[in-house]
Design a protein around this ligand. Structure first.
Ligand code: ACO
Length: 330
């Protein structure tokens, strides 16, 4: 038996935060943001919506498209860096309850923007070992809750959203998750970090005054490591599977910054037409970015059963991961 990505779904909140809106909040300009990042707008959840609400809506779509009954799901994993609560209950548990699924194994993982591809490697192992049969993966972020809207170096980048997928079993190799590579180097932890309100700097008036509960980033350093790592990662996974870039139907990179994507794409000689881009309209939605991009390609009719997708992602930790996935949905 092989593991197969059977369906995809996504949800974004309706409120749009444009570059023009950000011009009124921090010292920046539409021109600067677009030139440096390719982002024009991003979505922001309402005060009433939490990460689990976004994740639940994406999951409902993925479940409906999979054709399975929600009761068949025997594992729910959620990847997020903006969980409903620090740190229990897990957002996956809350999503399970909101979906009306009880008596199911459910947990969160923390791998920042690499979360969805990390989850794919787990789901592949669970399915191939026969331990689980139908797995719901959710990448969901109300990242606006941990973004400092006085810091122009970060607030222009991020947006809220969620993506979800159902992973099941197949005996057809042409609809299978081919391979997943995932790795990390914690020596870079300080480059991209939400320092406060964990056990190291527990929430206090001081941590809040110093705004340590928000994402801090050394943008320029992250940029350089990201381009190098994302490129090496793709070369590695293609080589170890005996594949050429030309055999990939869709290159679906983490939607952090158009310049990063384009630098990687150029180094690897992927044509722009084969590259899925959503960064312009959603910004960086961290763990939701890859499933939202797959969903975008699916809803616009670009992805068909059996198509080979190459996923490539990088995030805080540093974590990074890539995957070769043949689409198993209809
Ligand atoms: N508007 C206007 N000017 C700005 C802004 C802004 N929003 N932000 C920074 N600047 C200024 C800086 O202060 C600096 O000014 P100075 O030259 O007078 O000192 C100048 O612009 C250049 O700053 P850099 O940081 O060198 O700009 P850079 O070209 O590197 O672009 C950016 C910054 C867009 C953040 C880029 O470094 C980047 O995208 N890095 C990667 C970030 C990323 O992808 N992070 C997410 C990883 S995934 C995850 O896990 C969440």
């Amino acid at each position: 038996m092989y593991a197969s990505l059977k369906s995809i779904g996504a949800y974004v909140p309706s409120r749009i935060l444009s570059n023009a809106d950000l011009e009124k909040m921090v010292d920046t300009s539409d021109e600067w943001i677009e030139k440096r990042t390719g982002i024009k707008e991003r979505r922001i959840a309402s005060a009433e919506e939490s990460t689990s609400d976004l994740g639940t809506k994406a999951a409902e779509i993925a479940i409906a498209r999979s054709g399975i009954a929600k009761e068949e799901i025997d594992l729910i994993i959620c990847a997020t860096l903006s969980p409903d609560h620090l740190c229990m209950p897990s957002t996956a548990c809350i999503i399970a309850a909101k979906l009306g699924i009880t008596n199911v194994m459910a947990y969160d993982i923390s791998a920042a923007c690499s979360g969805f591809v990390y989850m794919l490697s787990m789901a592949k192992a669970y399915i191939e070992s026969g331990m689980k049969k139908k797995i719901l993966l959710v990448g969901a972020e109300k990242i606006s809750s941990v973004v400092d809207y006085t810091d122009r170096g970060t607030c222009i980048l991020f947006g809220d959203g969620a993506g979800a997928a159902i992973i099941g079993a197949t005996d057809n190799k042409n609809e299978a998750i081919v391979d997943v590579h995932a790795s990390a180097d914690g020596n870079y932890a300080d480059y991209l970090i939400t320092p406060g309100c964990g056990s190291k700097y527990p929430c206090s008036q001081e941590t809040l005054d110093e705004r340590l509960n928000f994402i801090k980033m050394k943008g320029n350093d992250v940029y350089k490591v990201a381009v190098k790592t994302l490129t090496n990662d793709v070369v590695d996974i293609l080589q170890s599977n005996g594949l050429e870039a030309s055999q990939v139907d869709h290159f679906i990179p983490h939607q952090a910054n158009f310049r990063i994507i384009d630098a990687v794409r150029e180094k690897l000689n992927f044509p722009i037409e084969k590259t899925v881009l959503t960064v312009e309209k959603y910004g960086n939605t961290s763990a939701a970015s890859i499933p939202m991009a797959i969903n975008d390609a699916y809803e616009t009719g670009r992805i068909h059963k059996g198509d080979l997708m190459l996923l490539d992602t990088f995030g805080g930790g540093f974590t990074w991961a890539s995957a070769l996935v043949r689409f198993g949905g209809n």
